[in-house]
Design a protein around this ligand. Structure first.
Ligand code: CAA
Length: 259
């Protein structure tokens, strides 16, 4: 498969890396890019050799938002009729293996929303996050009004959505939007190290853990706890649970088989 708006590679045969690649537009997200990103992530998800994925951009921009040039002339009939955003922006949510966002530079509008759709973010010191849609007469359209308050709380999220103010990496880490901030030149090394450590874990438990954390993020507490309990129970049907616990008790390294 050849791509025009992203670059795709693997590391150590286990980690799938997608680099957003529309440098002249600061990786603004258009239909072609979102189609290609979805196709690449689904292919990695289906590849048994791959245990984790990373989505990243350039040093200057993870992504500066949805492509304003592409959507400036849209009418209500266009966006509602074509279900603009939902059609190809939600693909990433159906990926079952973990996806890490490695964010350097601007992650604005749809770029911030795309990073939030990933499972966690590692940010470079120059990262800047924001939902500036209000400044161009719209509101976030790819989950920003829902995921940002869940991630950083109502007050900060409301301020950012209403004023379009950007948040730097240090503030994003304090607020819990990103898991860690690292020097720019270490961003990919750190994201790769995290991805490789996930690849060492038993694959079924990794997918189950991702599903359960997302249930907490997206639903109510009692539903989430019940969902977690059932998934927890179900892992006792896997060989890797027996192997993991036997290995711990025998003080040896486990040999997981993803079964
Ligand atoms: N869409 C299309 N083109 C974009 C873009 C975007 N979101 N963001 C930047 N670009 C283009 C600029 O038009 C410019 O192109 P030209 O060189 O052809 O003029 C090029 O990228 C470089 O941008 P700037 O010259 O503006 O660079 P800067 O360093 O001065 O500023 C910036 C960087 C602060 C990110 C600024 O570009 C900016 O504010 N971009 C728009 C951010 C924005 O509003 N994002 C939200 C979009 S709406 C959305 O995302 C809806 C949704 O929820 C899905």
């Amino acid at each position: 498969m050849t791509y025009e708006t992203i670059e795709v590679r693997t590391e150590a045969g286990k980690v799938g890396i997608v680099t957003l690649n529309r440098p002249k537009q600061l990786n603004a997200l258009n239909d072609q890019l979102m189609d290609e990103l979805g196709t690449a992530l689904k292919a990695f998800d289906a590849d048994p050799a791959i245990g984790c994925m990373i989505v990243t951009g350039s040093e200057k921009a993870f992504a500066a938002g949805a492509d304003i040039a592409a959507m400036a002339k849209y009418t209500y009939a266009d966006v509602y009729g074509k279900d603009f955003i939902t059609r190809n922006w939600e693909t990433i949510r159906s990926v079952r293996k973990p996806v890490i966002a490695a964010v350097s530079g601007f992650a604005l509008g749809g770029g911030c929303e795309l990073a939030m759709m990933c499972d966690f973010m590692i940010a470079a010191e120059n990262a800047k996050f924001g939902q500036p849609e209000i400044k161009i007469g719209i509101i976030p359209g790819a989950g920003g009004t829902q995921r940002l308050p869940r991630a950083i709380g109502k007050s900060k999220a409301m301020e950012m959505v209403l004023t379009g103010r950007m948040m730097d990496a240090a503030e994003a880490e304090r607020a819990g939007l990103v898991s860690r901030v690292v020097p720019i030149d270490k961003l990919m090394d750190e994201a790769l190290a995290a991805a490789l450590s996930i690849c060492e874990m038993p694959g079924l438990a990794v997918m189950a853990a991702k599903e359960a954390v997302n249930r907490s993020f997206e639903g109510g507490l009692s539903d989430g706890v019940m969902f977690e309990r059932r998934v927890f129970h179900s892992l006792y049907g896997t060989e890797d649970q027996k192997e993991g616990m036997d290995a711990f008790l025998a003080k040896r390294k486990p040999a997981f088989k993803n079964r």
